[in-house]
Ligand binder design. Structure first.
Ligand code: ZN
Length: 758
């Protein structure tokens, strides 16, 4: 070993040993969200049946009682709550008025545990303790000794749940709130009303739930493509007693519930029950489809009385200072046609319908302010002028939030890209149907809601961050858990932990450790966190492609098997990119501790076009594919017709593509992957013609071509062509397609998923 190598070796060895210690500590103290300060101490405190909890405060002992209950639920052990201080084997709690409300100090020694905290802080200390508990094979229950000082970064640490698109029972909502509390969240944003169902009992207007909580059916599949509906009645609602029970449950767990009553848009369910508050005076029933709809509340006087009456009952049920009034996605079509709305605009000197929306929100704000409450709304409430005391929830990005913060309004950040849990969390090909998007654990973790790049006087108005769970594509309780876990833990960490302390590799290790807790708590968490991602690139030096594999978990192993032929099977732990130059099957998976992600098997068809440049004479749609069109020469015939990024698409024109083989070759067939799906207006091309050229200037059509079909593959075989470098494929659009249930016609789409040239 030369000197330089030795030096490197020593550095590497030191680094590895440091990392090992660090790794062990991470697993031993795997608290999520990460604490502000944590000092490991040798030894452990053993909890047994003699352990007591000493709480001499005047508090109602609810925090300690809940802790005992959780210990019993998870570990079947039940310490007793007492009022006199024992000598050893006890847990002592002190509520401390001088401490920040959410802050706490926790000290675990061999003989005792001491907690000091603010009004909520003691509860948070208990959650940290619960996450530290270990039970060994002999049934010994222990907590590693430690000293913790902790407080949150943000005061609004929220999770949202849409119970309109799909309804979740009282018990499921309580469970959801309990788990939020376990990860130190404090705000439950309850989306109670929308076009597809009104879910809160209002005594003065019984039809809201009698009629408005039921729809006659639901769209089947993705609303973006599907035109079919089932006829199964769907509904449900919470009685006022249910709501009081849920509010009490949340309050015990230091969670404030912010109810959302949507207005002036997303009001179809309410208007189906009381159509007199729409502009037209009639509405077609509770919505069965997902989307944005034109029937909204009319600005007539009676509507305000109606909404104020509703809000009166809402504020008696919910102690929250802040009430969410929606304010998003309100089409102005009906207001434009309505004589009352137009007269109101004239009377009040409003320039356009945007200002009418602003008037609507401001009037509701004034009403709620008069009752001692404030409003929060989605960022559209900025349009036409922001209500004077309103908080803003920034969802269409961060711009709305930043604008509101500049205007000195409090803001909660929920940008879709990082905070929407209805998005895919792994490769859509292997996931249950979702609305779209791609929001992984690591992506959420990297988000900083109040970055240093913003001026300090803007940053201070950013009160927090929240995960939103829209449930169009989340029909069941177990599916809800699958979408929420483990992503909720990532959200909890960006809510609580400072950017300076936050480290993704460390988080990933703690998160892996939490999977055993998910098992104990019976949470149906997604295993997609352990999935492996494949990246395919052109092989610049030769034929074929280069495949790289990665996952989101540092220090994990990716195993792969490459089957080229019976005699050529390679099994390896992945360390370097894999070069593929002939047809093969690649299987891979990530293995971390006792967990693994999805096993993938990919069949590669490596041919003369694979990895070679493409020229698009007719521009494909920018809404599909991978941008460059490389997905057509990556060696993979798409398995799913729904995986949008694997298909390049053309509407109302032909697909005209040139493949540059980079050197002259002999060829005799071209195949393209394409399919028909009339529901999505996708038709196979009417004809496919192939032209060839040596120099790229003069093209000749191939001779004696014959088209055959094999599944999604359209194969064109022809007489052998020699000295060919350029291959032009023209797939002719099949023309217009008649829309179901109407006389309208629309151009069909061509979808192409792969080009194979042999
Ligand atoms: Zn109107």
């Amino acid at each position: 070993m030369n000197k330089k190598k030795i030096k490197h070796f020593i550095i590497l060895a030191v680094f590895c040993s440091l990392f090992q210690v660090y790794g062990q500590e991470t697993t031993k103290y795997s608290i999520i969200p990460l604490t502000e300060k944590l000092k490991p101490i040798e030894g452990e405190f053993i909890i047994d049946n003699q352990t007591v909890i000493f709480d001499n405060s005047k508090q109602n002992k609810a925090d300690a009682s809940l802790f005992i209950q959780s210990l019993n639920d998870i570990y079947q052990i039940k310490p007793v709550l007492i009022n006199t201080k024992p000598k050893s084997n006890f847990l002592q709690i002190d509520y401390c008025k001088s401490m920040q409300i959410d802050a706490y100090k926790l000290e675990v020694n061999k003989n005792n545990i001491k907690i000091r905290g603010g009004k909520n802080g003691v509860f948070y200390a208990f959650q940290s303790l619960l996450q530290l508990v270990k039970k060994d094979d002999q049934g010994k229950i222990s907590i590693p000794c430690v000293k913790i000082k902790d407080k949150p970064r943000f005061q609004w640490r929220g999770m949202h749940l849409d119970v309109s698109r799909h309804f979740f029972s009282k018990d499921v909502v309580k469970k959801y709130i309990g788990r939020m509390a376990f990860y130190k969240m404090n705000t439950f944003h309850w989306h109670l009303t929308d076009d597809q169902g009104w879910r809160i009992e209002i005594k003065k207007y019984p039809l809201l739930t009698q009629k408005g909580s039921w729809r006659k059916g639901t769209v089947v599949g993705h609303a973006g493509y599907s035109k079919t509906f089932d006829t199964i009645p769907y509904g449900g609602f919470y009685t006022q007693d249910d709501i009081r029970e849920i509010v009490a449950y949340a309050t015990e767990r230091h969670i404030n519930i912010v109810p959302e009553i949507e207005m002036p848009g997303h009001a179809v369910a309410a208007l189906s029950a009381y159509p007199q508050f729409s502009c037209k005076g009639n509405v077609n029933g509770v919505e069965k489809n997902w989307g944005v709809f034109n029937d909204v509340f009319c600005s007539k006087e009676e509507t305000f009385t109606f909404l104020q009456d509703i809000l009166d009952e809402v504020i008696t049920l919910f102690p929250s200072k802040v009430i969410h009034i929606g304010g998003d996605e309100c089409p102005k079509e009906e207001w434009k046609k309505c004589s009352v709305c137009q007269a109101n605009m004239k009377k009040m000197g409003l320039k356009d319908e945007m200002q009418l929306q602003s008037y609507f929100i401001q009037r509701i704000e004034k009403y709620l302010n008069s009752k001692g409450r404030t409003i929060i709304g989605w960022d559209e409430i900025l349009e036409g002028g922001l209500a004077p005391n309103a908080m803003v929830m920034s969802w269409r990005g961060t711009e709305g939030g930043i604008e509101a913060a500049h205007l000195k309004h409090d803001v909660v950040m929920t940008p879709g890209k990082y905070c929407y849990f209805d998005h895919y969390q792994s490769d859509p090909e292997d996931e249950p149907l979702a609305i779209g998007g791609f929001t992984t654990v690591s992506k959420i973790h990297e988000y900083d809601p109040a970055p240093k790049t913003l001026p300090k006087n803007v940053r201070k108005y950013i009160k927090g961050v929240q995960g939103n769970v829209w449930t169009e594509y989340i029909p069941s309780d177990s599916h809800l858990e699958y979408m929420v876990f483990p992503r909720l833990l990532s959200m909890a960490e960006i809510q609580w932990t400072t950017v300076k302390r936050k480290s993704y590799p460390d988080f990933a290790k703690r998160l892996t450790a939490h999977y055993s807790l998910f098992n104990k708590l019976g949470i149906n968490a997604s295993m997609s966190f352990f999935d492996t991602y494949m990246k395919i690139e052109q092989n610049k030096d030769s034929n074929g492609i280069v495949v790289s594999l990665s996952n989101s978990i540092p220090d994990s192993k990716i195993k792969y098997t490459l089957l080229v032929s019976k005699d050529n099977i390679q099994q390896n732990a992945y360390s370097y990119p894999i070069y593929l130059t002939e047809n093969c099957i690649l299987k891979y998976n990530s293995i971390i501790d006792s967990y693994q992600g999805k096993s993938k098997t990919i069949k590669f068809n490596i041919n003369k076009a694979t990895g070679k440049p493409l020229i698009f004479i007719e521009k494909p749609s920018k809404y599909y594919g991978d941008g460059s069109g490389f997905c057509l020469v990556d060696g993979i015939v798409p398995l799913s017709q729904n995986d949008n990024k694997r298909w390049m698409t053309w509407s109302d024109n032909n697909a005209e593509i040139i493949s540059d083989l980079k050197s002259t070759q002999t060829i005799s067939s071209v195949s393209i992957a394409t399919f028909t799906d009339t529901l999505r207006h996708i038709l196979k091309p009417k004809t496919v013609k192939v032209f060839v050229s040596e120099n790229g200037n003069e093209y000749n059509e191939v001779k004696n071509s014959l088209i055959t079909f094999n599944g999604d593959l359209t194969n064109i075989t022809f007489d052998k062509e020699n000295n060919i470098r350029y291959v032009k494929i023209i797939a002719e659009n099949a023309g217009k397609i008649k829309l179901p249930n109407s006389n309208k016609e629309e151009y069909s789409w061509i979808f192409i998923g792969e080009i194979i040239i042999e």
